[in-house]
Design a protein around this ligand. Structure first.
Ligand code: ATP
Ligand code: MG
Length: 364
């Protein structure tokens, strides 16, 4: 087993695209680590550079404390699962799984034994003699995974392994993947552009933007304390509310009302800030309720059914809307005027120019 160190890594393609830009990352031994970010942010390039399939322009990659920057892919002891699985169509499932052993000239018996063991672990027993074309997308994905595991590599690199699956299967597959990773305890780097998937499976997440690292943290840290407005916008199934405001005393005036300035944050009177608050961390009250004093007033314009919860959109002005998630039973009437009150400690304050988070408002 091995951890990974990425030191001042840059990867510049011919033509000048800086796909990875001065990246520093430390991934612990046995960690399930997600690389998350929008299309083109450099996730695949970083993964391929870890595998040795792409050359570092500057900086270095260490695996298990060994500098592998100049080491060829086959000698890095990493296994990569590609987005399209890259199975050999003319080989059976068993032959596909055991292929890495064939390359190493293992005996036929040994190959069959490893294929049988690995396939049992991945619920593929009974399919060993089929060819990839005779499998479902989920089964093909598991064969690709089984082949990577059969290599006995210290590091697993997975590039969007679930993206070819339909929504339902994708949920099952990610739970399966998480359980398998726990059992194997193999250091795993998992690429996705799906924030919900990263939050669900990863021990820690790195959020990338244009080849640069925006934030590294646990799913909870990234969800609750996004380092900047880019991360805040990217994470969460419902977008975080962002409101322009001005500091007045211990409060921030925004359209719709005044919100308390988080304790420990001092900003000069009158300074501009951006307030961030997730719809999940707002509560709705009738305007005359005593709690409503500290809230944002608005008129309910739209309610969206999210299943168990409902997303309520409040118009605080003609062009400022605030989203609030409420239990299904508390859904207000469209047209009602209500107050949205933040839960204590859930207000984030960002610098309006740089977008950086100014305070960490610990939940009380
Ligand atoms: N072989 C290449 N030559 C030149 N530019 C490339 C090459 N491969 C990727 N790029 C560019 O590098 C940047 C990062 O690409 P990369 O494939 O790593 O992104 P990604 O985060 O994996 O995106 P996606 O989510 O769409 O898979 C993009 O701007 C892309 O256009
Ligand atoms: Mg990619």
């Amino acid at each position: 087993m091995a951890g990974i160190d990425v030191r001042a890594l840059s990867v510049v393609y011919a033509g000048g695209v800086r796909a990875v830009d001065d990246l520093e990352l430390t991934i612990a031994d046995g960690e399930f680590f997600a690389l998350l970010g929008p299309s083109g942010c450099g996730k695949t390039t970083l993964l391929r550079t870890l595998a040795g399939l792409e050359e570092a322009t500057a900086g270095s990659v260490l695996i298990g404390e060994r500098d592998v920057t100049a080491v060829e892919p086959a000698r890095r002891n990493v296994a990569m699962v590609f987005q399209d699985y890259a199975l050999f169509p003319h080989m059976t499932v068993a032959e596909n799984i055991a292929y890495p052993l064939r390359v190493r000239r293992a005996s036929r018996e040994r190959r069959r034994a490893v294929a049988e063991d690995t396939s049992a672990e991945l619920s593929l027993a009974g399919l060993l003699d089929r060819r990839p074309a005779q499998l479902s997308g989920g089964q093909q994905q598991r064969v690709a995974l089984a082949r990577a595991i059969a290599m006995g590599a210290e590091v697993l690199l997975l590039d969007e392994p679930l993206s070819n699956l339909d929504a339902r299967l994708r949920l099952e597959a990610r739970t399966f993947l998480k359980r398998l990773q726990r059992e194997l305890q193999v250091t795993t780097v998992f690429v996705t552009h799906d924030q919900a998937e990263a939050l669900a499976v990863a021990d820690r997440i790195a959020v990338l933007d244009s080849g640069r690292l925006r934030q590294v943290g646990t799913p909870r840290e990234i969800f609750q304390y996004p380092a900047d407005t880019f991360v805040a916008n990217f994470i969460g199934s419902t977008p975080m509310n962002q409101l322009s405001g001005r500091v007045v005393g211990r409060g921030v005036e925004v359209v719709g009302g005044t919100l308390p300035l988080p304790p420990g944050l001092d900003r000069p009177e009158g300074s501009a800030v951006t307030i961030g608050i997730r719809p999940e961390y707002l509560r709705l009250y009738a305007c005359e309720a005593p709690e409503a004093v500290d809230g944002l007033r608005g008129r309910v314009s739209v309610v969206e059914n999210l299943g168990v919860t409902t997303l309520v959109m409040l118009d605080c002005s003609d062009d400022i809307q605030v989203g609030v998630t409420v239990p299904e039973a508390d859904e207000p009437a469209v047209g009602a005027t209500v107050a949205a009150v933040p839960e204590p400690g859930r207000i984030l304050v960002f610098d309006p120019d740089s977008g950086q988070l100014l305070t960490v408002a610990k939940p009380s």
